[in-house]
Ligand binder design. Structure first.
Ligand code: PEP
Length: 250
């Protein structure tokens, strides 16, 4: 049995004061959750979020990680910094980073390697653009991104990774993949993991769906056999909406 994981991706939202308000409202609403609950907050909110979630069932994640230990990498945040601030998870290779900040499969792989080396739990994002889906390239794109991300990663480390399947056309657009589309592609991604690492790792790996997941569609998506949770953007910014999704993920 794979334990579902619901992670909020706040993106570039919530000042520290707003983060405090959201976490304080969220914690009591999700205290009986049976899934893992994570909030991936902006770097500037991590230490505060870690402090506020002490003694709760909410873990704190970052939205990116540097591939180097330290040094001349202006604007980057290292694994040691994330850990000391209190992050336990980190999102890697989100489509917005691929689209706007030049993230490639190679840099995703380097960041993943660094997260694993430092004991952070990675959530690796993969997914196709609309033209790629319409051109019948969904599986090829997901395969390339998964194979690229896991290059040189041992089976022992691979078992610690969560994958988020996020069709780019469904992120922030209000268009969700149908339950069947999401289930089918996640099943395909699992088959790629099986080719790379064998059945045990593939069957144990948690693969989330992400892309306009909300209180209205969570039940249908979570009822699918391959879907082990969600990476939630917009709907993670309101405690009621995010709590509803968390409590529906059984
Ligand atoms: C995301 O940011 O990973 C995401 C899925 O966003 P949204 O839920 O807003 O589509």
């Amino acid at each position: 049995m794979r334990k579902p994981i619901i992670a909020g991706n706040w993106k570039m939202n919530k000042t520290a004061a707003e983060a405090k308000e959201l976490i304080c409202a969220l914690a009591p609403k999700v205290k009986n959750a049976t899934c893992d609950v994570v909030v991936c907050v902006p770097f500037t909110d991590i230490a505060l979020a870690a402090e506020l979630t002490k003694g709760t069932n909410i873990e704190v994640g970052a939205q990116n990680i540097a591939w180097a230990d330290s040094g001349a990498f202006t604007g980057e945040i290292s694994a040691a910094m994330l850990k000391e601030a209190g992050a336990t998870y980190v999102i890697i290779g989100h489509s917005e980073r691929r689209q706007y900040f030049g993230e490639t499969d190679k840099t995703v792989n380097a960041r993943l390697t660094q997260a694993l080396k430092n004991g952070l739990k990675p959530i690796v994002c993969v997914g196709e653009m609309l033209a790629e889906r319409e051109g019948g390239k969904t599986e090829t794109v997901c395969r390339t991104q998964v194979v690229g991300a896991f290059e040189g990663i041992s089976a022992e480390d691979a078992a610690k990774v969560v994958i988020a399947y996020e069709p780019v056309w469904a992120i922030g657009t209000g268009k969700t993949a149908t339950d069947e589309q999401a289930n089918e592609t996640i099943g395909y991604i699992r088959s790629v993991v099986k080719e790379l690492y064998g059945e045990r790792i593939a069957e144990g790996m948690r693969i989330q769906y992400g892309g306009s997941m909300n209180a209205k569609n969570v039940e249908g998506l979570m009822a699918q056999t391959q879907i082990d949770g969600g990476l939630i953007g917009g709907a993670s910014l309101k405690s009621e909406d995010f709590a509803y999704i968390v409590n529906a993920a059984k």
